[in-house]
Design a protein. Structure first.
Length: 579
């Protein structure tokens, strides 16, 4: 029986739910021009089977029980949470159809863990494809960009998931329908399991709160990774920091051949980079009461190595002339001259620079991506300052960090905490598998200095942003590391001419300026719901910097900017060789 207080609480909850339902109704209106047919696939070097493997191979992420996600309804409807239109509200991509690796048609990048799990069966989590697969639209055609920058809104997804779980607990009829779908679960275990799951998702949603929302296509990856390792796994709540420096999801083609990856270039070897990513995306970490030999995580290292190999085969997307128009050859030739004069110094070009053969094991060479000091590029510094200026209590990792810089209170750089954890867990995994010698080096992607037994790391370099290759960049807007500039043309324009506010979330490509349609004038009022209004005046959102070429020396006319834009449509990628 409910007492008076219980009735008041439920009444208040009912009012909240009614308001939230109205909000959901608004969010369900999708951008005008959205298409529903199967996507057109471009020649990016993958077979259908490889694409399917990339979409639906687990990396060890464990968000909630798979059976719970399948049985869950939307908070204010009897329709399932996994309904394609509902998932699309968050910007993540619904599956095109069921398949052998995805029989329940989970969204792209949402994957069932292959391990048995506990009383509620296997878990489900995210893999690389959730954040690195995109669709664009042109002339009513949906075009798939494999390895592209997702427009997913992580914070919105977690909010909707948390709300659905909470409403299921509060609504008896909804709970009964949910429980009835769990045919393999002991009925007595359903409510306790749902309560524990809802509490965990509620915690994750709260941990992702930021004063400035990420919006579409952005995530503070390092903020979440460092919190998961330094605060949660170490059981050191004082190490938590608000993850308030979101960056755009980078595109993946050519990354397997790059010397360093990530916007701040801190990952020298792919296995360490990918393991750290899983640790931040629900790949639970255990520090085993301080015994380094027993450190572990839920990450599936063999799958991470396979995923990296698949990405090595991925090519930049070719410009689809049938949907986006023919390239103006004369304009592109002029653009190539301008690009060579003003852009290749940092980004490289058709004659891509390689690292010296003497720098890595076996003389293997990598794309020598340029790290540009923040004092030179002058783009928003928040991502860099959050990482380089963050310190943490080392907890049980202290013995592994004796040589790290220490503050007077014993704190060490948070990046060093992550490095120590990743190194110990990776070595434990390799040792358990009996992987040594050249096989061990291969798992690390051959990122070794001659004679060294440890993978090289790039995180100690001065605070810099990576200027990577730009082949295929036409399909990856918005631009700059924080997604603060909507089109390439705007990025080539003087800082004061760049849009101060624009919408993110439309998949319609602007073939003239290269980027997604984003101007407020392009969307009637009713079409703006579900889009994210990006405000460059807010912290972390600055659209300043990257004033190249130096406007005091060379001024690009509008025609020059459009010429470079035209060239970027056909810029060839490097001859990425498998190593």
């Amino acid at each position: 029986m409910l007492g008076r207080k219980g009735i008041i609480v439920l009444a208040g909850l009912a009012g909240f739910l009614a308001l939230a339902a109205a909000t959901d109704a608004i969010l369900s209106r999708r951008d005008a021009g959205t298409t529903t047919q199967a996507p057109k696939l471009l020649d990016q070097g993958w077979t259908d089977a490889r694409r399917e493997q990339f979409y639906y191979t687990s990396q060890g992420s464990q968000l909630l029980p798979y059976a719970f996600l399948r049985a869950l309804e939307q908070p204010f409807s009897e329709a399932l949470f996994l309904d394609a239109d509902y998932i699309a509200q968050t910007g993540f991509l619904p599956a095109d159809k069921p398949s052998s690796l995805n029989p329940d048609a989970l969204p792209i990048g949402f994957v069932k863990d292959p391990r048995a799990g506990g009383a509620y069966g296997p878990m489900v989590g995210l893999t690389c494809a959730a954040c690195h697969t995109a669709d664009i639209e042109a002339k009513g055609v949906r075009i798939r960009i494999d390895g592209g920058a997702s427009l997913g809104d992580y914070q919105q997804f977690m909010k909707q998931l948390s709300r659905a779980l909470d409403v299921t607990l509060a609504d008896p009829a909804k709970f009964q329908r949910f429980a009835a779908r769990l045919v393999a679960v002991d009925p007595k275990m359903v409510r306790p399991g749902l309560e524990a799951t809802a509490a965990e998702i509620r915690r994750l949603e709260a941990a992702s709160w930021t004063p400035v929302p990420y919006g579409r296509g952005r995530l503070d990856a390092f903020g979440h990774i460092l919190n998961a390792v330094a605060a949660e796994a170490l059981a050191e709540p004082a190490n938590f920091r608000i993850p308030d420096a979101p960056v755009s999801y980078p595109f993946l083609w050519t990354t397997a051949a790059q010397r360093y990856a990530q916007w701040n270039g801190v990952a020298g070897n792919p296995l360490g980079r990918n393991l750290g990513e899983v640790m931040g995306v629900f790949g639970h970490t255990s520090f085993a009461n301080g015994n380094p030999a027993a450190f572990s995580s839920a990450a599936l290292a063999d799958n991470l190595v396979a995923l990296e190999a698949w990405v090595a085969d991925l090519k930049p997307p070719p410009w689809p002339e049938a949907e986006l128009g023919k390239v103006d050859a004369a304009k592109a030739r002029h653009g190539a001259e301008l690009f060579k004069a003003h852009c290749t110094g940092c980004h490289g070009g058709p004659e891509y620079r390689l690292t010296p053969a003497a720098d890595t094991e076996g003389g293997r060479q990598w794309l020598a991506v340029t790290m540009v000091d923040i004092g030179k590029v002058k783009t928003d510094p928040k991502m860099l300052t959050n990482f380089t200026g963050r310190f943490a209590k080392p907890g049980v990792l202290a013995p592994l960090l004796a040589n790290a810089p220490h503050l007077s209170d014993g704190q060490v750089p948070a990046g060093a905490v992550l490095l120590a954890a990743v190194s110990a867990i990776t070595e434990n995994d390799l040792r358990a598998r009996g992987i040594t010698g050249d096989a061990r080096k291969q798992w690390y992607g051959w990122r070794f200095a001659p004679g060294s037994n440890a993978p090289q790391q790039g995180w100690l370099q001065p605070p810099s942003y990576k200027a990577g290759p730009l082949a295929g960049v036409w399909a990856t807007g918005p631009f700059l590391h924080n997604g603060s500039v909507p089109t390439v043309y705007d990025l080539l324009s003087p800082e004061e001419e760049r849009p101060a506010r624009f919408y993110v979330g439309s998949k319609r490509l602007d073939a003239e300026k290269l980027g997604f349609v984003s101007s407020p004038d392009a969307f009637p009022e009713k079409a703006r719901a579900g889009l994210f209004l990006f405000d460059t005046s807010l912290p972390g959102n600055s659209n300043r910097g990257h004033a190249f070429p130096d406007p005091a020396v060379t001024k690009l006319s509008p025609d020059d900017r459009f010429a470079i834009v035209e060239y970027l449509k056909i810029l060839e990628g490097p001859d990425v060789r498998r190593h």
